[in-house]
Design a protein around this ligand. Structure first.
Ligand SMILES: NC(=O)c1ccc[n+]([C@@H]2O[C@H](COP(=O)([O-])OP(=O)(O)OC[C@H]3O[C@@H](n4cnc5c(N)ncnc54)[C@H](O)[C@@H]3O)[C@@H](O)[C@H]2O)c1
Length: 439
């Protein structure tokens, strides 16, 4: 039986521009990786859009196409990259400094990387205190800086001939701040840009520029950014999809694998102590208490939502949860994350789980950037706008509608993602009920 799509999805014709504030470790590992994959120098491991399949119909039907064959995604050959940074290094130099990928591999993709020069950044040291650089815009007020970003984007589009664009924040983590008066409506926000309201962060100026031009925005850091009524109003007004916050890699990824398992078996938890050492620039920025507070908030929120202590007070009513990040330069991007998990079982008998995850932050984050770029572009071509909850899978602190709690369990998130794709294409949603096999 021919199935009918639930949404009209425009084809992925023409090139897709990927605009990235922050040409650091994550973004250069992503760009270099795409160039390497295009040349057959490596595989896009970790990317659902490139490797995952989606099961369709009943288990007996044997239909499991690759996601990229099931929904029309932009091809890697059609991606064009542009970015901003406070440092003047091109993407090749920045990738060398980040020292995530082998120099020999970087040499082989040197040409395309060297062509990516960072545009001048919108930067404010009140929001990122540990670093400073020369490649920064000067303007009369924050609105003028937003307009300068929009000019950058128009020039990028004219130079590359891209048909569509996505913006994804891979810049440093800004200091923690809560929504203020200026974030309550678009009108107030625009007045705040004119008045250079100190509550408006640089990441919000980028987001404003993108949304104003109808460009979808993803937030890879824990900054507040689009998680405000004003910018969501703009996204709604211009029919633009947005998602965030904070890529779910490393330790939080582990947490969202293990915590649902403990809860599934009704095992109790008394404490979870997480500690990290990392020595890249991200680690240096997070050494500042203001930036760390942003990160801590997103990292801590995960357990509470998964374990639902109000529903299970005997098991999770008294959890001691602590997260530490220590800047330790010798490790560079090769982070080490330790978790000590104190659990209890039958009759309250205590047990412990220890995790020592020797991970590579940017190697884990790069495929997430790729998937988010391709899925956000799909969402826009499918006419979906506002918060894209189905992309929660990628984030530590998924954006969600007011009044809802965010879904952190990675398996529920994955089901939501795949069911959204099935829904788009008019396929049956998979509930895993399966009674029909036993009739
Ligand atoms: N790697 C991961 O696993 C992971 C996971 C979750 C979140 N993140 C977040 O992703 C972001 C990038 O991480 P990274 O390891 O690439 O860090 P990085 O320090 O290597 O790169 C960030 C870059 O952003 C630049 N920058 C800072 N403020 C800017 C601004 N206003 N405009 C333009 N550029 C600006 C910095 O100069 C730097 O080059 C960080 O916020 C990090 O917390 C990373």
């Amino acid at each position: 039986m021919a199935r009918k799509d639930n949404v009209t999805i425009a084809p992925a014709n023409g090139k897709l521009g990927v605009l990235i504030p922050g040409l650091g470790a994550v973004s250069t590992t992503f760009i270099a990786g795409v160039e390497a994959v295009k040349r057959g120098l490596g595989l896009p491991i970790g990317s659902l859009t490139q490797l995952a399949t989606v099961r369709l119909g009943k288990r007996t039907e044997g239909r499991a196409p690759l996601i990229k064959d099931f929904v029309p995604l932009a091809s890697l050959d059609d991606l064009e990259f542009g970015g901003w940074d406070i440092f003047e290094d091109n993407a090749y130099q920045s990738a060398r400094n980040a020292a995530v990928l082998d120099p020999a591999l970087l040499e082989r993709v040197r040409d395309p990387l060297e062509k990516i020069y960072p545009m001048e950044a919108v930067f404010d040291r009140d929001y990122v205190r540990r670093i400073n650089g020369p490649n920064v815009k000067e303007g009369r007020n924050k609105m003028e800086k937003a307009e300068m970003l929009m000019d950058d984007i128009r020039r990028f589009q004219a130079r590359t001939g891209v048909k569509r664009m996505i913006m994804i924040w891979c810049g440093s983590t800004e200091v923690f701040h809560s929504p203020a008066e200026v974030h309550q409506s678009l009108k107030r926000f625009e007045r705040g840009l004119q008045d250079s309201d100190p509550e408006i962060a640089p990441s919000q100026i980028y987001a404003y520029a993108a949304l104003k031009m109808g460009i979808p925005y993803a937030n890879g850091a824990p900054n507040l950014t689009t998680d405000t009524p004003a910018l969501l109003e703009l996204a709604r007004e211009n029919n633009v999809p947005v998602c965030g916050k904070d890529f779910k890699t490393g330790q939080t990824f582990m947490k969202t694998l293990i915590a649902p398992g403990l809860k599934a078996r009704m095992l109790g938890l008394s404490g979870w102590f997480s500690s990290n050492i990392l020595g890249n620039r991200d680690g240096e920025v997070l050494d500042d208490p203001g930036s760390f507070k942003s990160k801590e908030e997103t990292k801590l929120s995960v357990l509470d939502q998964i374990l639902q202590p109000k529903l299970y007070p005997q098991l999770y009513g008294n959890v001691f949860h602590q997260v530490r990040i220590n800047y330790y330069p010798p490790r560079g991007d090769a982070k080490e994350g330790w978790d000590n998990i104190d659990i209890f079982g039958w009759l309250g008998y205590p047990m412990q789980i220890k995790i020592d995850f020797l991970c590579r932050d940017s190697i884990l984050a790069a495929p997430l950037v790729l998937d988010l770029v391709l899925f956000l572009d799909l969402a826009q071509r499918a006419g979906m706008h506002g918060i894209q909850e189905w992309l929660s899978f990628y984030f530590k602190a998924p954006m969600h509608a007011p009044g809802l709690y965010p879904e952190h369990d990675i398996f529920i998130q994955l089901m939501k993602l795949k069911n959204t794709l099935r829904w788009m294409r008019g396929e049956d949603l998979i509930t895993h009920l399966g009674l029909e096999y036993y009739d």
